[in-house]
Design a protein around this ligand. Sequence first.
Ligand code: BGC
Length: 797
Amino acid sequence: MKHNQRTQILTVLALAATTLTAQPKLNSSNVEQVIAAMTTEEKIDLLIGCGMAMGEEVKFPGTAGRTRDIPRLGIQSAYLADGPHRLHMTRTREWDSKTYITTEIPSETNVAASFDQDAAYQLGKVIGEEVRDFGLDVLLAPGVNLMRSALCGRNNEYYSEDPVLAGKIAAGFIRGIQSKGSGTCLKHFAINNQETNRNNNDSRLSQRALRELYLKNFEIAVKESNPWSIMTSYNRAQGLYTCENVELTETILRDEWGWDGLVMSDWNAGKDAVASIKAGNDMLQPGQPRQREALLKAAQDGTLSMELIDRSVRRTLEFVLKCHTPNGYVYPNETDLKAHAEAVRKFGAESMVLLKNEPVKGGAVAALPFAADNVKGIALYGCTSYDMVPAAMGFGGTNVGPYIVSLVEAARKAGIKPDMSLAKTYKQHIADENKKNYPDGMPPFSITAPLRAGEWVPQADVLAENVKNNDVAVITLGRTSGEGADRKREHFFLTDLEKDMIHAVAEAYHQAGKPVILVLNVCGPVETAPVAAEVDAILCAFEPGQECGNSVMDVLTGKVNPSGRLPMTWQVAYGDAPADQNFPADYVFDMSAFRRAFSGGSAKDAAERAQRQAEPVEVKDVDYTVYAEDIYIGYRYFDTYQKPVSFPFGFGLSYTTFDYEIVSSAIDGDKCQMEVKVTNTGKVAGREVVQLYVRAPKGRLDKPSKELKAFGKTRSLKPGDSETVKLTWNTMDMASFDEKASAWVLDKGIYTWMVAASSADVRATATQRVAKARVEKVHNVMAPKQKIVRSTMLSKK
Ligand code: BGC
């Protein structure tokens, strides 16, 4: 018998056998039966992804990937796409003429700045609906890592320096997405706070900082919103890749927090596929042949037990079963872009933070808001006024949404005439700058963090003409950043050209008694000290999404009363925070450093790797980062050590004023509660954010002077109206982590509860006595392998 005849007969026999033994088709009641019917190869296939969805033949080009389908057993794929700012996929596809437009929503930082869980929920609903409407299943978002350094390139994809704010806002966003039946993937778990050498950097920190800060944000989000999945991070922590650390993904996440979803790796993270599955990192994305081989071999030789393989297979099947695709959802392939744009404009405006608002020298009325009717002309300065930054760069947030509303467009729509001679000058200037900076053409996006185009400083004669024709000057400064690279010091500080431009504009307009407004369209804090006194108002817009110009104009004209608060401290200078001493500021990221973690790369990379292995040199803050500031990041440092800041955490002005009154406060067993009556004492309607900080009594451990435990936001209150905001938190949230005892310890004594308008503006206090100390033991896991020596900046209080 010829070889191919034999093969044909065998195939027919195999198929016959397959039809005789009934094949289960996956549904929610037969998961165990399906697992029993799977071959080892099929199981392994399910544990690794199907590669990136970039090619022409894939269903959703430009999305991040999918889980493996096994049609024989009715197992379908779950389709995964990036967020958080936008459902990320290509605008066009090879096989049709349709344009696939998705909405660019406000950055995570903006969402946090709203201090409003409901805003997060509403924006989650927008993006959850788009995921569903375009046939996808899971948004790879939100990112919840803490802003340890002002320069982390990915801070725009994160919420805050504070774990309570980050965790609660993430929970709102997750619930919003999941309310549409779409899935979420909370990322990057954990202690992933820099982009430099992100695939290999080892975060080294105390168990206390780990528990109180870097895991707390995840714990809150997990417990309050139950995300479908969690993505481990690229970095190592305490020496191990997070995707290979059983203590992180099993002991803490599952045993202690009681969560039972799917854990997937970040894209091409880690080294050892077998260690990942053993650690409970169930799925390796986007999946590589070497990982498949390693898993198969380990399954065959028994180094990876079938029990562990089945554990991850089970979690994957349960995850897939929740998705739209396997449930046969027929998607419309279009979405309600109009309604979504309205939500972006509204929440974009509500997330803006008014940092300063004073009358022009000699005047009586604050510069903002200006009534559109009174402004016959508006002069827009700064390249960013004409080239706004709606979102960050990189995979997680692109600036290639459907459109970007500029300030010129927004002003015209608001009935204010922008100075078109200035607009013309800027158009030419930006084109010239782009030609100079990008001689080969503008990149669609770049993972470096360039400054926006170099500024143009108007001459006195131009300014004199502008002042004559306009009633107000608005200067916009921009900064952006993205995945893969950290910001540099120069992105924090203002450039000389920027300072010169602000100075020239301010001087000219002030001489004529006309106001100068500074708008900061930035991915994170920038220096403000050298120019703050020169302008009358400062509005921080962060990166508010595609309606950028409209949202800013709504605040400038008073259509929206700003109610955003800073989700991070604005330090005066880079270097002021202790974490700055242990951050790779200005490190030049070279590709071979990035590839050190991999076996691939060029011959030069391989040679360098070999040399490094022969004489390993660990570069501080690049190969490893010691979190020497311990628990003192952000306001925990500046407030406790009484160091000056430009603007404190939680700060933000309003066009009205509010009074606070504590109505009740009580500890009732495991729960704490406080009711605060907020009254609008000003002249216009507005919303107020109420922040609740706690100072714990002295105990064995040192403690920050205050820590945020809860926050709330009123509805829009008319002048004279009041609302009682109810704040609740767990009694054990006021405990500190004692690593000697591996326990949360709530010291007995007096706790001061502070109701505040920012971390530096306490409006009312109440005290509560805890009569008996409480201790809650947890596992002694994720201990640092080296002694963590605290920063010298923490020596004097
Ligand atoms: C990012 C993740 C992202 C993934 C898939 C990685 O580079 O770190 O946040 O979800 O790519 O695109």
